[in-house]
Design a protein around this ligand. Structure first.
Ligand SMILES: *[C@@H]1O[C@H](CO)[C@@H](O)[C@H](O)[C@H]1NC(C)=O
Ligand SMILES: *[C@@H]1O[C@H](CO)[C@@H](O)[C@H](O)[C@H]1NC(C)=O
Length: 590
């Protein structure tokens, strides 16, 4: 309308009338815009409520988020029809597949992390000293360490000093705790649990220098009481170095619940990170409603570290071999065998085929969290052809919007965390820290669909795809993925890593169709069992995890696969590296 008015002006006819038209047109436009913006803001606010961040400035948000950059509409390099490997792959998903976006019984479960009635409130606890920690690794490894440090402080009745983020890790991010996490929120949320200070009190700082200690992996509360407490009492201030997975997976119920309160309630990203994440989520929602977030992690360092071979000939062997040399102690592996045994991430093409087989059609919107993919656009072409609505933070946001985060791997990872956490379906193509922490977080938030490829079964299956034909292949994919879809009860309580499977913080509604009183009693008994003598030293995670609860035949819904295994593999790999004092492993976009 405005343009019509202007063109009439140019023609020189009836200037008064065109001015009226211009004013009316503008008013109408403003009204229309207001109604759109108004309805959208409601959604944004409820979204923000769910993200649980501090209050934010609506006007500022409005001015920054409503423009989706033009580059979003970039065409894929090749279409579905142009790629021979997609010849027999349907564009649409099989409409008979149910519960694609949401696990069937998800609504019967909820996160529950309030302490029990016997939990002692902080004012009744005498303090034994001060604990400082260096949180090591990338963002999500640090998150694990931060969470467990609060629980350790509680076990020792110690005051915690706000954790220091290690800057020497693989990711080289100089960000401090307060650049990533909301410190005030962290301290205030945990007031009933553990006293937390930003710095050591001055008189303490003067009188005692922090005594450094390296705790063994997965140490039990008894270890802390027997070996760490005496040092705390004599030295007053302990500095726990390289603190990440330093606390047992098995703890009494109230300490597990505290872990969940720290991880899901006290640890919030800072305002700029939350806001950037929200903008991306909002754009994904506006473009496609529901969306899948894929943590691809098909980056050169990851492939080099995993020692896998993807058929790229001498060029690939040379390139990945060169990167591999930075981890001096990596054993040489047989790459073909590694892949056949499911130790390697799926290729982007394989992830795309898996998703199609699981019931996601080409109209689905895909947000891909990833660094530089090995092989670049050529590697990504089939995935982009399978899912043409393909986005990354770089295509969704402008350079200016991302500038404050660029060059800080942890801030970028925190933005991806937010978008992945908020997604309707999350797919993690690896077993790194982000995949584990998000899987746990999403279980806690009502079992949001979380897909972890089962490469042990899928990798050999992909080799037979052509011979099988699409229908048979897709059927087998769905079969092998049972137990890896983020459904309630798919992992036995106490199995695997706590941050991945926070069973103590997941409650069942009484009317749940999966309700199994006998099952619950059995697992509770196991968890409450007092620690045995062998537990006095750091628990060996291999032993504890491979212990069988002996109930897997009872119910199809309980995973029949030994699901802890991949976790263990990752764990022992890390342990091996760490014990030989080499650089941190890149367990992911952390
Ligand atoms: C911590 O305080 C509680 C409550 O006073 C007490 O029962 C517990 O033994 C104390 N633990 C340590 C390690 O001091
Ligand atoms: C982190 O804190 C240290 C010490 O206070 C400071 O020198 C450094 O500049 C901070 N890092 C960033 C990224 O602000």
């Amino acid at each position: 309308m405005a343009r019509a008015g202007r063109s009439r002006l140019k023609l020189g006819g009836l200037p008064a009338l065109s001015t009226v038209a211009l004013v009316c047109g503008s008013a109408l436009l403003v009204l229309a815009l207001l109604s759109i913006v108004g309805s959208r803001l409601l959604d944004v606010e409820s979204l923000h409520y769910r993200l649980g961040g501090p209050p934010f400035n609506v006007a500022e948000f409005r001015s920054s988020s409503h423009v989706v950059p033009a580059q979003v509409r970039k065409k894929p390099v090749a279409t579905h029809d142009e790629l021979p490997e997609l010849k027999d792959v349907p564009r649409e998903a099989d409409p008979t597949i149910q519960n694609v976006w949401k696990p069937q019984y998800a609504e019967f479960y909820y996160g529950c992390s309030d302490p029990s009635d016997s939990y002692i409130s902080l004012s009744n606890i005498e303090q034994n000293g001060y604990i400082m920690i260096d949180a090591s690794g990338g963002l999500n490894q640090q998150r694990t360490g931060i969470t467990d440090s609060v629980v350790v402080a509680r076990i020792l009745n110690a005051t915690l000093v706000v954790p220091v983020l290690d800057h020497k890790s693989f990711w080289h991010d100089p960000s401090n705790f307060s650049d990533i996490f909301d410190v005030e929120k962290f301290i205030s949320t945990l007031v009933p649990d553990v006293p937390i200070l930003k710095k050591l009190p001055r008189n303490i700082e003067k009188s005692s220098s922090p005594y450094p200690m390296r705790i063994p992996r997965k140490a039990t509360p008894i270890y802390y009481e027997n070996r760490v407490l005496p040092k705390l009492l004599s030295r007053q201030v302990l500095r726990l170095t390289k603190f990440d997975y330093r606390l047992s997976n098995r703890l009494e119920q109230d300490l597990q619940k505290l872990r969940c309160r720290v991880n899901y309630k006290a640890l919030h990203f800072t305002q700029p990170i939350i806001k950037m994440g929200q903008i991306l989520v909002e754009r994904m929602r506006r473009l496609g409603g529901r969306y899948i977030a894929l943590h691809l992690r098909y980056e050169p360092d990851m492939l080099a570290f995993s020692g896998c071979y993807y058929g790229g000939g001498d060029k690939e062997r040379k390139e990945l071999g060169a990167i591999r040399r930075r981890w001096k102690t990596l054993h040489t592996k047989n790459p073909d065998k590694e892949r056949r045994n499911g130790k390697c991430p799926l290729t982007p093409t394989e992830v795309g085929l898996m998703l199609r087989a699981l019931g996601f059609g080409e109209d689905c919107h895909l947000y891909v969290a990833s660094g530089d993919v090995y092989g670049g656009e050529a590697t990504l072409a089939p995935l982009k052809a399978l899912f043409p609505n393909y986005y990354t933070k770089e295509t969704l946001a402008t350079k200016d919007e991302l500038a404050p985060f660029q060059g800080y791997s942890s801030r970028m990872a925190a933005i991806d965390y937010t978008v992945c956490d908020e997604s309707d379906a999350f797919v993690a193509n690896n077993n790194g820290n982000m995949a584990r922490i998000l899987a746990g977080h999403r279980r806690y938030n009502g079992h949001k669909r979380t897909i972890r490829p089962n490469p042990k079964k899928l990798s050999p299956l992909f080799l037979t795809r052509e011979a099988l034909g699409w229908e048979q292949f897709a059927l087998k994919v769905r079969h092998h993925q049972k137990g890896f879809m983020g459904d309630p009860n798919e992992v036995r309580p106490g199995r695997g890593e706590f941050h991945e499977n926070p069973a103590a913080c997941i409650c069942e509604k009484p009317n749940s169709p999966l309700h199994k009183p006998a099952f619950e009693k059995l697992t509770l008994k196991k968890q409450d069992k007092p620690e045995s003598k062998e537990d006095i030293d750091a628990e060996d995670d291999l032993d504890s995890d491979s212990e069988d609860v002996g109930i897997d035949t009872e119910d199809d819904l309980v995973r029949t696969e030994f699901v802890g295994q991949e976790v263990l593999d990752a764990g022992t790999e890390e342990a091996r590296l760490e014990d030989s004092e080499v650089e941190e492993i890149p367990t992911l976009s952390d």
